[in-house]
Design a protein around this ligand. Structure first.
Ligand SMILES: NC(=O)c1ccc[n+]([C@@H]2O[C@H](COP(=O)([O-])OP(=O)(O)OC[C@H]3O[C@@H](n4cnc5c(N)ncnc54)[C@H](OP(=O)(O)O)[C@@H]3O)[C@@H](O)[C@H]2O)c1
Length: 179
């Protein structure tokens, strides 16, 4: 599938591949990110982003943050259940096709794809260009996974790896587009 914008992932995981505990808890990640110091490259990453696509799970988790995390950027939320128009800060899309069409019509250039299910959806369609994965040095045993079935091997090119304090390691990969 071809789209006129880039799609990037920037996400934190446990060493065993989870993005949150099953109940949504992120303390194991946030505490280690804070111990690592700095913004772990987020500000540089987000400066190249003009639109965000999240799943309903990630959108709802963000509602508990002190400030709206996507201020100044178009925020598309994929959901079959969220009421359209319930939150003026977001645009709800019922499926991937309408979301991609909406982003294209808005002239999006750099799209941040966030949320485990949504990232896997984009990966399956060959839409992700780069993934920056920040790994916290902890095994949490179970939780919400980052990866899962992606409909065939996804070849990656290693771009860089950085090590931060507190044993936090960040690697960036480029994904070979399959279109
Ligand atoms: N570690 C990190 O850096 C990080 C980053 C982001 C999020 N998180 C955490 O991850 C958790 C959420 O991740 P998640 O994997 O459970 O969920 P998610 O991808 O954020 O959201 C899943 C939901 O998105 C909707 N969805 C996904 N694909 C869709 C499609 N193709 N068409 C229509 N709707 C679609 C569905 O909503 P409906 O059920 O409404 O249809 C689905 O239940 C939260 O706890 C959040 O805090 C962690």
């Amino acid at each position: 599938m071809s789209v006129p914008f880039t799609c990037s992932v920037f996400i934190g995981v446990s060493l065993d591949g989870f993005i949150a505990r099953e109940d949504g808890d992120l303390e194991w990640l946030v505490s280690r990110g804070e111990a690592a110091g700095g913004d772990l490259g987020y500000d540089a990453f987000i400066s190249g982003i003009d639109a965000v696509v999240t799943g309903r799970g990630t959108y709802e988790a963000g509602l508990s943050f002190e400030t709206w995390p996507h201020e100044g950027r178009h925020c598309a939320v994929l959901s079959t259940t969220l009421e359209e128009g319930a939150d003026p800060r977001i645009t709800v899309y019922r499926d991937l096709g309408s979301c991609l069409k909406g982003l294209t019509e808005r002239g999006a250039k750099g799209v941040y794809v966030d949320g485990g299910q949504v990232i896997r959806t984009f990966l399956r369609e060959g839409l992700i260009d780069t993934m920056t994965i920040t790994t916290a040095p902890v095994l949490i045993g179970s939780g919400l996974p980052l990866f899962g079935p992606v409909g065939g091997d996804v070849p990656l090119v290693h771009v860089s790896t950085r090590t931060f304090g507190a044993g936090v390691v960040q690697s960036t990969y480029a994904v070979e587009r399959r279109d």
